[in-house]
Each structure stands twice: as C-alpha cells, then as structure tokens.
Design a protein. Structure first.
Length: 123
C-alpha cells in the first residue's frame, strides 16, 4: 500500500523529469514532461483525498458507537458514570399557597369537550 501512496507518484514525477531531460529541454519535451509530472501529482492527490474520506468514515463509526453506548448506559463513554446519589428531597410546602382544587369556578378541568392537555415531549 505504501508503494501506491508514496512511491508510484514519485516514480511518475521522476519519469516526467527524465522525459524533460531526455528531450534536451525542447518545447514538446517540456510540455510532455510537465503533463507526466501533473499526472504524478494527481495520483498523489487522489490518494490524499481517499485517505481523508476513509478517516471521516472512521469518525462516523466512532460517533455511532458512542451514541449506542449512551443509549444503553445513559452517559457518554468519555464521561465518568454518574454516582448513585440520594434522591433530592421535596421542597418544603408553602403555607401561603392553597392547593389546587379539582373544581375551580373560573377554569374548566380540561379542554372544552375534550381531555386534559398532555405534558410536552422531552427530547
């Protein structure tokens, strides 16, 4: 694999330089040599672009694995697991507040002709 990534582009560029030197620097020799060098650089660039794309796939796979871990355990893999703490105590009752009554004269119990509203969904 290292041959395709490194040595093949180097060999193609070297071939372009040899073509320039072998033709004695004539105009057509320089044009042909530059075209061969450009082909070697394009082979190298294709290898770079492919490696960047493969690295993105690895990052995506790692993110999917982290999301699966979170769904199963409830915390991210790079975080410390939450400690089992005592549940928070209920806040003290306010002596100045009246408890809600089931039948308030100004507010109906639910929607007119329907059921009570649902609480909003959590993400």
């Amino acid at each position: 694999m290292r041959f395709v990534r490194v040595w093949l582009p180097v060999a193609i560029v070297a071939g372009g330089l040899i073509a320039i030197v072998a033709t004695g620097g004539s105009l057509s020799g320089v044009e042909g040599g530059v075209a061969i060098i450009a082909a070697g650089i394009s082979v190298w660039m294709l290898n770079v672009i492919f490696r960047v794309g493969v690295a993105g796939e690895r990052e995506r796979d790692a993110e999917d694995a982290a999301r699966d871990f979170y769904a199963e355990h409830g915390y991210w893999p790079d975080e410390a697991p939450p400690e089992a703490a005592d549940p928070a105590p209920a806040p003290p009752a306010d002596p100045h507040r009246r408890p809600p009554s089931a039948e308030h004269p100004h507010r109906p119990a639910g929607r007119p002709g329907g059921t009570a509203r649902r609480p909003p969904r959590r993400p």
